[in-house]
Design a protein around this ligand. Structure first.
Ligand code: ATP
Ligand code: MG
Length: 423
């Protein structure tokens, strides 16, 4: 036998059985987003590398070491598999002028690519559902995003499993003033800083405080706090947002060290976190990025967004037993004898036209083996046609699960008999 070729490490197949769970989550999210008036946008998976370097920031983990970047062999362009969705979404919005005299509420879903060490809840191809609200400056839209995600957890049964952490990052000037003080403070700890800390000290000092290293906790506790550097406008945005969360009845924890791993955030940042997935506990994260549209060449406009990790949400739903059983078809159509395949084909078509889902048995097999397959398919009932039924213009409807009697009915009555079982 020829040697088998395997999937790329950290990139998973989503197989039948699993895919139904994905479809369940996707359909819940689609319904939610429709209820809030968000519109779907679909952009290419590959973009010009400069788009991500400029938006995510050179001194971030993603750009420093996680991007799948390659040279287009035909023209030498540097291309990158998207590591996140916001940059690509904004590129499209700017390119097609979607913010001309208006605002946009957008969402997208699909694979993202980051070269990380694969582990539970962390993959190299993973999937996000992203939501972006563009052109809104006030804290009310920030609150809408929180209301919407809280609503989703409610619909999924996850309200007790995730907790909201929030923080504010102020504006550029406030961050710059704080940054200078923070660097001065951290320089006093050169001897205990770990490798990540040393690397980020000058490039991204806020991220130094984001460490999970226990040896650095005391240093983090004593660091100058960004919130003490905020002016009136930034503080008001934060306070108004919190007041709206209070009004919504959404509980939150203020985490002054929540910074997010991308450079473009300002003011509002938040994460929905669970303690049930180990270190990969963040299932949804987001914040405001008011400067990014202008930085990417568009006309300045405020913006806020979030991304959910689909794999992590599914792991959580699985752990909690909150995923629905995979449903079989309404009918497995068993057929045998002279002319039966053709008869079954037409009957299956008529049933589907009447709103009944049908898996038709294909190929020659004994009644017994077909009935086994019918059972294994998870179908609610078997519809059986043999030579006698064909001669009489009838079919047998045999329930496979639940109550109900086997009946023999005229062809035109089959759909109604199945519907009675469904009810
Ligand atoms: P983390 O700190 O866990 O690495 P992040 O800050 O890099 O997350 P974001 O860029 O904010 O993550 O992405 C939003 C969400 O996408 C995360 O909260 C998480 O649920 C999911 N996510 C990010 N990276 C991965 C990955 N490699 N595999 C699976 N899910 C991921
Ligand atoms: Mg990461």
């Amino acid at each position: 036998m020829a040697q088998k070729i395997q999937a790329i490490r950290g990139m998973n197949d989503i197989l039948p059985g699993q895919s139904q769970q994905w479809e369940y989550l996707e359909s819940q999210v689609r319904r939610l987003l429709a209820d809030y008036g968000y519109q779907n946008i679909r952009t290419p998976i590959v973009e010009d590398t400069r788009l991500f370097v400029r938006s995510i920031g050179e001194a971030t983990d993603i750009v420093e070491k996680e991007m799948y970047t390659f040279t287009d062999a035909l023209n030498g362009d540097s291309l990158t598999l998207r590591p996140e969705g916001t940059a690509a979404c904004l590129r499209a919005v700017i390119e097609h002028n979607l913010l001309y005299n208006t605002t946009q509420r957008l969402w997208y879903a699909g694979p993202m690519f980051r070269h990380e060490r694969p582990q539970k809840g962390r993959y190299r191809q993973f999937h996000q559902i992203g939501i972006e609200a563009l052109g809104f400056a006030g804290p009310d839209i920030d609150a809408e995003l929180i209301a919407m995600t809280a609503d989703l957890w409610r619909r999924l049964g996850l309200s007790d499993s995730v907790k909201l952490q929030i923080n504010t990052l102020g504006n550029k000037e406030e961050r710059a003033a704080h940054r200078a003080e923070l660097i001065r403070y951290l320089e006093g700890f050169q001897d205990i800083l770990d490798e990540d800390g040393k690397r980020r000290l000058y490039s991204n000092p806020l991220r130094v405080l984001d460490t999970k290293n226990p040896a650095l906790q005391a240093m983090c506790e004593g660091a100058p706090r960004l919130i003490d550097y905020l002016g009136e406008a930034s503080l008001k945005h934060y306070q108004d947002w919190k007041a709206m969360l209070d009004a919504l009845g959404v509980a939150y924890e203020e985490n002054p060290r929540l910074v997010r791993g991308l450079d473009y955030y300002n003011l509002t940042v938040f994460e929905w976190v669970t303690t049930e997935l180990g270190a990969q506990g963040t299932v949804c994260a987001g914040g405001r990025y008011d400067g990014l549209i202008e930085e990417l060449g568009g006309k300045a406009a405020p913006a806020v967004g979030l991304a959910m990790g689909v794999e992590r949400l599914l792991l959580l739903l699985q752990d909690k037993g909150l995923l629905p059983e995979a449903a079989g078809p309404d009918v497995y159509l068993v057929q045998q004898g002279e002319g039966a395949p053709r008869y079954a084909l037409l009957l299956a078509g008529a049933l589907r036209a009447a709103g009944v889902s049908v898996v038709q048995h294909c190929g020659e097999a004994s009644f017994k083996s077909q009935m086994k397959k019918a059972d294994a398919s998870g179908a609610m009932c078997a519809v059986i046609v043999g030579e006698n039924e064909i001669a009489a213009g009838q079919a047998v409807v045999k329930p496979l699960r639940g109550a109900g009697e086997q009946v023999t009915v005229a062809l035109a009555e089959v759909a109604a008999a199945v519907a009675r079982l469904k009810a």
